[in-house]
Design a binder for this molecule. Structure first.
Ligand code: MLT
Length: 431
């Protein structure tokens, strides 16, 4: 080795077949090692890889995909009209739009207040709404507002983004593969034994994630149960991150559409909303986060912090997409998207009723587009994934992918076409 050069243990471990030397005194950059703690891939990427390997080995098989909660029905005409119109505006100097305002266009934020929150008698102002490119980004990014030594609590099973983004932020400790748990995360099991209602944890968390109606279980907290959580948060100085992405699927009167229907929520809750599930925007991208100005900690307003972050890291959802979002909340748009939600809910009822009829145990599917299926004969959820894939050629999502209490369960989505949903159930009946 030439003088002045040394072996790098890191490079030697990474590239064992090549002899690599680096200059003495050379300082290598360091990565955010929190990322290396994440086990495997994001859940839906792992499933996609498994499914494409199966498809490659069995090209003749016609798979029905009821796994990831991605919509299949086209955008409604009111949205398409708004898109066409705003695309034309962008082609004309007088009506062209560049960067959007930091919070999003007032035409959309005002309409959301008028059409979403006023009917619920929820006290919300339009400058508390931050338009974004979707609820997934917001639910992953919101953790940046909180100190690294905060403890998060999640319902278990849980939408993986809440935990994974906190792992990236260095807030979860270490992962124990045998329990499937992170050392510093508080898990609140939601199983058939407790009716899928999380109990207050023994240790008080700082940040509590609630998704209602719930992904993945499809179950709900009613307004009294949610009020208990709001009271708990206010009593204990916690903040609730409330993910209401599936609110359009609520059919029962006592299930809240917004956390701001609860008294006191303005001082402890941030609400995240999506246009993906209520209006089919999964490929268009639009969502928003509502941070009430009443949330103040140590004299600092969380609204101001999120505004600072939004202004620094985000340049706004496209004008044409915000116009499309506005159209979702026009009279015509609402009539059309409600029909679409009803279409998916017909699938949900078909799945639930058929599985019950076959003697299976199933939950969800009443106020949500997800059906939470107890795996038969105590099969593990990944074994059941393989079983369903190979015997019925139906793709679902193994419950264990959502957390340890998801083991023994399996999620089916109602977002397929009606025809595919019916065929999937025929195949399941025959397997
Ligand atoms: C899911 O399948 O859980 C959802 O599609 C995920 C998401 O909305 O990001």
């Amino acid at each position: 080795m030439p003088s002045g050069f040394v072996e790098s243990p890191f490079l030697a471990a990474t590239y064992p077949s090549i002899a690599i030397t680096i200059q003495k005194g050379f300082i290598m950059y360091k990565i955010n090692s929190n990322y290396t703690k994440l086990p495997g891939n994001y859940l839906f990427s792992t499933i996609a890889k498994k499914v494409s390997a199966y498809k490659e080995a069995n090209p003749e098989v016609d798979l029905i995909r009821l796994g990831i909660g991605d919509v299949t029905q086209p955008l409604v005409p009111a949205v398409i009209d708004a898109l066409h119109h705003s695309v034309d505006e962008m082609g004309c100097a007088e009506t062209f739009h560049g960067y959007a305002p930091d919070l999003g266009y007032a035409f959309l934020r005002d309409r959301l207040v008028e059409r979403v929150y006023q009917p619920l008698h929820a006290e919300v102002s339009s400058d508390e709404i931050f338009i974004s490119d979707g609820a997934k980004s917001d639910s992953g990014n919101i953790q940046e507002l909180f100190s690294v030594d905060n403890t998060i609590a999640v319902t278990d099973p849980v939408y993986p983004v809440y935990i994974d983004s906190n792992v990236m932020g260095g807030r979860c400790g270490s992962f124990d593969p045998s329990s499937g748990k992170w050392s510093d995360v508080i898990y609140m099991p939601c199983t058939r034994e407790n009716g899928f209602v999380p109990a207050f944890p023994e240790r008080t968390p700082d940040v509590i994630y609630l998704c209602n109606p719930n992904n993945p279980t499809g179950t709900t907290l009613n307004v009294n149960q949610l009020q208990d959580w709001v009271d708990y948060a206010n009593r204990n100085g916690c903040i609730i991150i409330y993910d209401a992405a599936y609110e359009a699927y609520i059919t029962e009167k006592d299930v809240p559409h917004s956390i701001y229907e609860c008294t006191g929520a303005r001082s402890c809750a941030i609400e995240i909303r999506s246009f993906s599930k209520n209006a089919g925007f999964t490929g268009v991208r639009l969502g928003y986060t509502l941070v009430p100005k009443d949330i103040v900690q140590d004299g600092v307003s969380l609204h101001d912090l999120w505004a600072r972050r939004h202004g620094t890291k985000f340049n706004g959802a496209p004008y044409i997409v915000q116009r499309a979002g506005e159209a979702v909340y026009s009279d015509e748009g609402q009539r059309q998207v409600r029909e679409q939600v009803a279409y998916y809910m017909r699938n949900a009822h078909t799945i639930k009723d058929s599985l019950l009829d076959m003697g299976y145990e199933v939950y969800g599917g009443v106020n949500a587009p997800y059906i939470w299926w107890k795996t038969p004969e105590d099969m593990t959820s990944w074994d059941f994934f393989d079983y369903l894939l190979t015997k019925a050629h139906v793709v679902g999502t193994p419950g264990a992918g959502f957390g340890p209490s998801g083991e023994g369960y399996f999620r089916l989505t109602a977002f397929g076409s009606y025809e595919d949903t019916v065929s999937a159930l025929d195949r399941i009946r025959r397997m």
